[in-house]
Design a protein. Structure first.
Length: 97
């Protein structure tokens, strides 16, 4: 639970995907205020990203620092596909209390 204000209606949050090497998901500058009204519920589909700091090849790989560091990228390989189709990693729901 967190508090937002009309002057600061944007939400940014990131969460790691444990025990993956350096995978994460989240939202950036998501406004919970639309057309001047607070949203009572807002659902966001989250994709899976690789931070480019660890070269582990799978979800449970041991640490293997990437040198030089790579750009952040969306993961679209085997771990993000079901029956060959790219699928969202998660869904986040914001609810006004």
């Amino acid at each position: 639970m967190f508090t937002i204000h009309r002057d600061f209606p944007l939400v940014t949050l990131v969460t790691m995907i444990a025990p993956s090497p350096d995978w994460f998901t989240g939202v950036h500058s998501l406004s919970l205020l639309e057309n001047g009204q607070w949203q009572t519920t807002k659902e966001i589909i989250l994709n899976l990203y690789d931070a480019g700091t660890d070269s582990g090849a799978s979800y449970s790989s041991m640490d293997a620092d990437t040198q030089p560091k790579e750009k952040i990228r969306q993961i679209d390989g085997f771990s993000a596909r079901v029956n060959g189709q790219l699928v969202p990693f998660a869904k986040m729901t914001f609810k006004r209390m």
